[in-house]
Design a protein around this ligand. Structure first.
Ligand SMILES: Nc1ncnc2c1ncn2[C@@H]1O[C@H](COP(=O)(O)OP(=O)(O)OP(=O)(O)O)[C@@H](O)[C@H]1O
Ligand SMILES: [Mg+2]
Ligand SMILES: [Zn+2]
Length: 457
């Protein structure tokens, strides 16, 4: 029997969810969160002033979850998401267990003497993040998140699951607390070198997640906790993650080009076009079953194939979302996309890539794309031009009268961005390849240079 249990806390209660307990539930497939709403609710972790309402909420939680206050001392509420509330807490039983999850301790061990370590380990409080998953979440979803986190426990740059507890219908996941800064505080000031370091860390996490053929599905700044000072980040929130191949039905994108062409030429769409209609019309009684696909994710970060309901989505959807983060950083606009729904989101992508590309990628997944909005061009705009426009550099230089261009470093970043925001998922760069791409590889060279300097000192 499959079970989700995290054992790094030794004899601590294990969370074992029996299959019998899992009731089939109608899962809603559209799980969108608004990127602004989302990011607005993260409390600065260094700010430990507790508001009255938060103190009341923590007291209620301690009262209802019997025994939790023996293990952890709640400090503050640090996140309030769509599916959970996250608290920062001190681990009161840290010294009773092996703590392989503690990255700081591992790094300390490398550099300090044993006596210094002993002194430090007794005096320093150890923090965890307690993720209280809302009881309204389906048991399948909770089980899925914990099981995937358990599978990813040794994955580089992924926030590991320490343990999990259940009291009645309430499940909590215990994660190491990771010191990070709110994306909105630093994204405007990042230099190209900082951007490289950010993505080196994010792609390291994605490489390890994708190596296990797991799709995160919700890559966005609030789910990648980044510490700019240490140039280190961890990926969190596997609430929407799934294994590749879950619920797959054949999609035209996996057919050979010839086969796909044949299908298109024999489709209802082709028949209506052949009957002399310039624009495709819609059959009065359409007998085809409606198409269902997982569209979970956050508005503005969804890949085109997710919006087009591709039924064989794979790990490359996360690479598109990472591309949206890079676009945000280069254009200094957050959130970059801000759509009301999936159709709006497709139109936002159309305004960049143009109608021709949208028609092509829609057909790739067996869909027809049409719009009668006249302002969209066929060829779209270059990403360079959009970045120049967003950063107020679209006018000509006053002195030289010449067009302003991106700096060389930015141009290299844009070349990399094209590889991430590639509309055809089969051509999109993978996390493994991204880490070898010259844009990211420079981050390794730059940090080696820094280490040489440290050695010299
Ligand atoms: N290990 C951690 N260390 C520090 N902060 C954390 C940690 N895990 C989560 N948080 C904070 O809590 C927030 C919400 O966590 P998470 O994304 O896992 O929950 P969620 O309810 O699924 O979120 P959402 O619906 O907002 O995506 C994060 O954005 C982060 O600010
Ligand atoms: Mg989240
Ligand atoms: Zn497809």
């Amino acid at each position: 029997m499959a079970k989700a249990c995290a054992q790094s806390h030794g004899q601590a209660e294990q969370l074992v969810i029996h299959q019998d307990d899992i009731k089939e539930e109608e899962e809603t497939l559209d799980e969108s969160g608004d990127p602004l709403e989302e990011s607005g609710r993260t409390v600065d972790s260094s700010d430990e002033e507790v508001e009255d309402s938060v103190a009341e909420d923590m007291a209620r939680f301690e009262e209802s979850f019997i025994g939790i206050n023996k293990k952890y001392r709640l400090i503050n509420r640090i996140g309030e998401g769509t599916f959970s509330t996250v608290y920062k807490a001190e681990d009161l039983q840290y010294d009773d267990f092996q703590n392989r999850w503690d990255i700081d301790e591992r790094e300390n061990t490398k550099w300090s003497s044993p006596s210094h370590r002993r002194r430090q380990s007794k005096s320093r409080p150890r923090y965890v993040a307690i993720k209280k998953i809302y009881v309204t979440s389906s048991p399948i979803r909770i089980f899925n998140e914990l099981e995937l986190l358990h599978d990813l426990k040794n994955s580089e740059s992924v926030c590991p699951l320490i343990t999990a507890f259940r009291h009645l219908d309430q499940v909590v996941a215990i994660l190491p607390y990771f010191q990070h800064r709110d994306f909105r505080e630093y994204f405007r000031d990042m230099t190209v070198s900082d951007i490289r370091l950010y993505f080196r860390s994010l792609f390291t996490a994605l490489r390890s997640v994708h190596a296990k053929r797991i799709l995160h599905r919700d890559i966005k700044p609030t789910n990648f906790l980044y510490n700019p000072q240490q140039a280190r980040g961890v990926l969190v929130d596997f609430g929407l993650a799934e294994r590749e191949g879950t619920d797959w039905h054949q999609c035209a994108c996996t057919l050979s080009t010839e086969e796909r062409r044949y299908r298109i030429s024999h489709s209802v769409y082709a028949a209506t076009l052949n009957s002399g209609n310039q624009h495709s019309s819609y059959p009065k009684t359409d007998t085809r079953s409606s198409r269902r696909a997982n569209r979970a994710g956050t508005r503005g970060f969804r890949a085109p194939e997710v919006l087009l309901k591709c039924t064989q989505q794979n790990t490359s959807i996360d690479m598109w979302s990472a591309g949206v983060i890079l676009f945000t950083l280069l254009s200094r606009r957050f959130p970059f996309f801000h759509s009301a729904d999936d159709i709006d989101a497709l139109l936002e992508i159309t305004s960049i890539f143009g109608r021709k590309k949208m028609r092509e990628i829609s057909l790739l997944h067996g869909q027809v794309f049409e719009t009668n909005i006249p302002s969209y061009s066929d060829g779209g705009h270059s990403l360079e031009k959009i970045i120049l426009w967003c950063t107020g550099r679209s006018q000509k230089d006053e002195k030289t009268g010449k067009k302003i261009e991106l700096q060389d470093e930015e141009k290299e970043a844009v070349q990399f961005l094209y590889r991430l925001m590639e509309c055809d998922p089969a051509k999109r760069i993978t996390a493994e390849e991204a880490l070898r791409h010259s844009f990211i590889a420079k981050a390794f060279e730059e940090s080696e240079g820094d280490e040489d300097m440290v050695d010299l000192i």
